[in-house]
Design a protein around this ligand. Structure first.
Ligand SMILES: C[S@@+](CC[C@H](N)C(=O)[O-])C[C@H]1O[C@@H](n2cnc3c(N)ncnc32)[C@H](O)[C@@H]1O
Length: 349
């Protein structure tokens, strides 16, 4: 056998990591330490202490309050409809052992396998935790397909994860240059660029007003309709150009609302939420509980109305009397928690 035969290949050439400009990495893909939290815990602690979210991760919001609302206990069957990075799932899994099972759903085919691997590495095997790629709109069918009559607790943490927002390649972020995509599942549907181009000015104005209560919907829609905007920064610049006399902070809020409205439409977020809300009571076991974290009024309004209607109809025995907000300490430590609202409901025993 020669030294470099196929069964004894030469050692792989050591590839140097490309250098980033400056002292600290700025670009998402250059933050190699943040992408490997297990190897660089001190870097992660430093980033979190500065109030930021390490690249490629997500900091779960209001975990203690979510656990209080769902009261998970050993042997429970729990569904996390929005698995994300798995922060809430991990806390729920710890509460339902021994004997419990958590079904984790997410529509994102890129992040789901990473989260599944992370939770497996924490010791949650196939009998405790199963990950499924899919839309929570189909929860009822999913549970039936798994042979589960219902769950003891169902949780949804709406919107996008930090992994999705912070990666410019996913096209969600108004401040990071990337393709204008915004799909949680990039293998399905149209990217935001094509979707936007297909809309009439009227349809775009309705979308901006309906999804984000945008006060300048008409003006922005007239300026943007039919335009080819292929990058996130091109969309942000086009929106800014429509309101030249606005102050910087108002301009930033406007761009944020436009991005949010388009993202909601591209992913049919309200359609999926309404479908989930409609089928929830049938997906819960008697006495089962559901909790939602919402991040803007369009989401919270839908959850609140559905819970109130469910209480009137007798589908729920009790609903949260008021909305719960994150503590000032949590908002200070994690500014992304600031707009969160928690609501829960309990099905009759
Ligand atoms: C805010 S993150 C969840 C973070 C998670 N609770 C954690 O602790 O890491 C929201 C997640 O929900 C997913 N998602 C949003 N809408 C969805 C839908 N209709 N069906 C399934 N997953 C959805 C997104 O892909 C994203 O990963």
């Amino acid at each position: 056998m020669t030294e470099n035969s196929p069964t004894n290949p030469p050692p792989a050439a050591h590839r140097r990591r490309p250098r980033y400009p400056g002292k600290n990495p700025r670009r998402f893909e250059d933050k190699y330490k943040e992408h490997a939290p297990a190897r660089f815990p001190e870097t992660i602690a430093k980033v979190i202490a500065s109030g930021k979210t390490p690249a490629g991760s997500h900091r779960p919001v209001m975990v203690a309050e979510v656990l209080d609302a769902l009261t998970p206990k050993p042997r429970d069957v729990v569904v996390d409809c929005t698995l994300g990075y798995g922060g809430h799932a991990q806390a729920l899994l710890q509460r339902i052992q021994p004997g419990g099972q958590l079904i984790g759903l997410d529509s994102d085919p890129i992040e789901l396998p990473r989260t599944e691997a992370r939770l497996r590495a924490l010791g949650f095997d196939g009998s405790a935790f199963r990950a499924h790629r899919g839309n929570f709109a189909g929860l009822a069918q999913r549970l039936a397909g798994l042979g589960l009559g219902g769950a003891d607790a169902i949780f949804a943490d709406l919107g996008v994860s930090s992994m999705q927002i912070d990666d410019p390649a996913r096209g969600f972020a108004m401040k990071l240059d990337g393709p204008l995509d915004m799909r949680m599942n990039p293998h399905r549907g149209q990217p935001a660029s094509l979707f936007l181009q297909s809309l009439s000015a009227r349809a775009l104005a309705d979308l901006l007003a309906g999804n984000s209560d945008e006060p300048n919907a008409r003006l922005i829609a007239d300026a943007l309709a039919g335009k080819s905007l292929t990058t996130t920064t091109a969309l942000a610049a086009a929106v800014r150009a429509t309101l030249p006399r606005k102050a910087e902070d108002e301009l930033e809020r406007t761009v944020r609302r436009v991005f949010q409205a388009v993202r909601i439409a591209v992913n049919d977020e309200f359609g999926a939420l309404e479908m989930l809300l409609r089928h929830l009571p049938a997906c819960l076991r008697p006495g089962g509980r559901v909790a939602f974290l919402t991040f803007h009024s369009g989401e919270d309004r839908r959850v609140k109305k559905s819970f109130e209607a469910g209480l009137r109809a007798g589908d729920y025995a009790e609903i949260s009397p008021t909305v719960t907000r994150p503590s000032p300490e949590e908002c200070g430590a994690n500014p992304r928690a600031t707009s969160a609202k928690l609501r829960w409901a309990r099905k009759a025993a």
